[in-house]
Design a protein around this ligand. Structure first.
Ligand code: 5GP
Length: 112
């Protein structure tokens, strides 16, 4: 299987700006930020999308949420939004699961 874009960033084959790294995941700045803070929390395990996750991924998915909180807190944001786009019809463009952490501007609801 070819590596995903995010695996290539994790492996330093293409550049990324890392704001967090641990044994389970990384967090990088989005290349096309939609807000002053726009970070992607990405597991090292290349699950293609949330609907491909299994019960065995439960702890990993919880870890990603806690890292999302840490990334926002480290950047000084108490209020933030976490988004997972699942499938092309929901806006997913990179098929390696990731959490968007967005903050620093007013965020409307529902999202577009
Ligand atoms: P999705 O549309 O799959 O939910 O989110 C993919 C995100 O990855 C987009 O927000 C897009 O800007 C970001 N992205 C795409 N290519 C790159 C890249 O090469 N580097 C980084 N840091 N972000 C990327």
């Amino acid at each position: 299987m070819a590596k995903t874009l995010f695996e290539r960033i994790i492996d330093r084959e293409i550049p990324g700006t890392f704001v967090h790294e641990d044994e389970q995941c990384v967090a990088i700045k989005d290349i096309n930020p939609g807000a002053p803070l726009h970070v992607l929390v990405i597991p090292r395990k290349p699950i293609a999308k949330l609907s491909d996750a299994s019960p065995g991924d439960q702890a990993l998915l919880g870890h990603l949420m806690l890292v999302a909180n840490k990334v926002a807190a480290d950047a000084g944001f108490a209020d933030y939004r976490v988004v997972v786009n699942n499938g092309a019809g929901a806006g997913q463009s990179v098929f390696h699961i990731h959490l968007h952490v967005v903050a620093g501007r007013p965020l409307k609801w529902p999202p577009g």
